[in-house]
Ligand binder design. Structure first.
Ligand code: ZN
Length: 324
């Protein structure tokens, strides 16, 4: 199902037709933002380092030559590269849209070869063959519910043990949630992703490592998107269901950065829509990454001071991708 058709109610407003960034802050002329030409993603958080006055347009095909030096614009910056005009922004965005969409279909379902949960638990001696057989039979006759659910509800196996087994199966840590500060972590990814992909930032360690929690299966594609966007290294882990649900609900109720959702009929239309937003907001940095069937544009309206973006310092644009 296309993700955008599952919009939660608070995001169901017709935002795609509303001019989104009226209050966007503009940088002062002459202030050169961070990053260099070439449009590469640096993997770092947007920082305040500046180019010299002879910054060149990041669009390799830019035709304005040295004339752009006379233009009094230091923003927008897209993927670390400054663009001298709306036309150059559009070119840079078009290239990025194609780059992201070309990667589609390359996501391998790496869990296919995992040892089944029941077998893992049996091998560990955490369940008996009888318990496994009964849970599998119940799962089959009910036609619903994960095996772990049946082991807990019907066979009295502890939820903690099931999550540990899932951790073994996925070769990932089980994340603790004791000190989870949901409100402090909402700036890391859009609410729509937290909701639809059932992912939850659980902690940032040392300002560089983000623990991303999931309930019963990891989402490597989403983890990669978050890593590319935030510049933080992402370590995915599992969270026990009884801890996941309240924390997830708390997070969904917290304040997130403003987001706009758009659906475009074609790639050129999409690139045009994205570059318009960038031209209007004039961000000091912006990045485009794909998360499953969405493109996620994030714009930093001012230089980020710490490892976490400020909720009101970034704006997100989530674009659905039509069939190619
Ligand atoms: Zn240019």
């Amino acid at each position: 199902m296309p993700l955008l058709s599952r919009k939660p109610p608070w995001e169901r407003a017709p935002q795609s037709v509303k001019p989104p960034l009226e209050n966007a802050r503009r940088e002062q002329p002459g202030q050169i933002p961070s990053g260099g030409a070439g449009g590469r993603q640096t993997g770092r958080s947007p920082s305040g380092s500046r180019l010299g006055l002879l910054a060149s347009c990041a669009n390799p095909g830019c035709a304005s030559g040295w004339l752009h030096l006379l233009r009094s614009r230091s923003t927008p910056v897209f993927e670390g590269g400054w663009s001298c005009s709306a036309a150059c922004t559009r070119t840079l965005v078009q290239t990025a849209v194609l780059r992201e969409l070309d990667g589609r279909g390359g996501e391998q379902e790496s869990h296919r070869h995992r040892i089944p949960l029941g077998l893992t638990m049996l091998q560990q001696g955490w369940i008996t063959a009888v318990q496994l057989r009964q849970a599998l039979a119940s799962q089959k006759s009910a036609g619903a519910g994960r095996l772990g659910h049946w082991l807990v509800r019907q066979q009295g196996i502890s939820e903690q043990l099931v999550t540990r087994a899932l951790g073994l199966q996925w070769n990932c840590p089980v994340l603790p949630m004791e000190f989870h500060d949901a409100e402090a972590l909402t700036s890391l990814l859009p609410r729509l992703f937290v909701d639809a992909f059932r992912a939850m930032p659980s902690r940032v360690a040392g300002g560089r490592l983000l623990y991303l929690g999931f309930e019963d299966r990891l989402d490597p594609a989403l983890a990669l998107a978050v890593e590319r966007m935030t510049g933080l290294r992402v370590e995915s882990g599992l969270v026990r269901g009884s801890l996941f649900h309240p924390a997830h609900t708390r997070m969904l109720n917290a304040k997130f950065p403003p987001v706009e959702l758009i659906e475009a009929v074609s790639e050129p239309v999409l690139a045009q829509a994205i570059s318009r937003r960038i031209e209007k907001a004039r961000p000091v940095e912006s990045r485009l990454v794909r998360a499953h069937d969405c493109l996620w544009l994030r714009m930093w309206l001012r230089t980020q001071s710490g490892p976490l973006p400020e909720t009101d310092g970034v704006r997100d644009l989530i674009c659905s991708i039509g069939a190619r």
